[in-house]
Write a protein that binds this ligand. Structure first.
Ligand code: SAM
Length: 233
């Protein structure tokens, strides 16, 4: 499995050190062990964990500026935040999720992998986005598999500083991108770059969209918990 991880990372121009590979293997063991007690992921087979979770998470690394402060919204079992942290020690990471039991797992991973400058925050994105400790404090906000882009933009972009980016991870997203245009405009975000590619090993379509923040998030966003999903902008 170490070889698979190393080779697949190379395909996306990522060179993992032996120490990083060791950390990924420890992460995989903890994920499988904890997944028997609490629901963390439906993906349990080694090869799939490596490609669908680890490699997929690493595909955004090249879009993260050096020494960035990044929040992973709805991180779940730590994706993409933990793989990014393992590969990019320079990035300071906040892992946010509304389910505390998942954060217990993540705290254990952080401890066992001896990761530094990374913290877990328990809460809803709608509440944390209105908390001055987190609002417009990040260079990068990212999320994977949390909501459609309209909803997600309201959950993620309030965290981003003016000039920073929202890195959105999707499968095939053409329709969603179109439907989210109004929301992104209202939230002062501009599409800057879009990369569509395939993870050949699993024949999976992926899209990364980079939105840049042009101005402050209007005060009324994010709306109260649940509203962004029920009534997307
Ligand atoms: N990002 C991970 C991944 O790609 O594997 C987890 C995806 S999981 C399907 C969605 C996660 O988002 C869950 O852990 C859930 O608790 C969290 N979540 C959903 N809505 C949220 C919100 N409004 N605020 C914070 N976390 C949220």
């Amino acid at each position: 499995m170490e070889t698979l991880l190393k080779e697949q990372a190379k395909k996306i121009n990522i060179e993992l050190t032996d120490h990083m590979i060791e950390q990924f293997m420890k992460y995989k063991s903890l994920l499988k062990e904890w997944n028997e007690k609490i629901n963390l992921t439906a993906i349990t087979e080694d090869r799939e964990i490596i490609i669908k979770h680890f490699i997929d998470s690493l595909t955004i690394a090249k879009y993260i500026p050096e020494n960035a402060y990044m929040i992973d919204v709805g991180t779940g079992a730590g994706f993409p935040g933990i793989p990014v942290k393992i590969f990019r020690k320079d990035v300071k990471v906040v892992l946010l999720d509304s389910l505390n039991k998942r954060l217990n797992f993540l705290n254990e991973v952080i401890k066992e992998l001896e990761l530094e400058e990374i913290e877990t925050v328990h809460g809803r994105a709608e509440d944390a986005g209105n908390n001055l400790k987190y609002r417009e404090k990040f260079d990068v906000a990212t999320a994977r598999a949390v909501a459609n882009i309209s909803t997600l933009s309201e959950l993620c972009t309030p965290f981003v500083k003016v000039g920073g980016t929202f890195i959105c991870m999707k499968a095939n997203a053409d329709e969603e991108i179109k439907n989210a245009q109004k929301a992104l405009e209202i939230l002062k975000m501009e599409e800057e770059q879009k990369e569509q590619f395939k993870i050949e090993e699993i024949d999976s379509e992926r899209t990364i969209i980079i939105y840049r923040k042009k101005n402050n998030t209007p005060k009324q966003y994010p709306r109260k918990a649940g509203t962004p999903a029920k009534q997307p902008i």
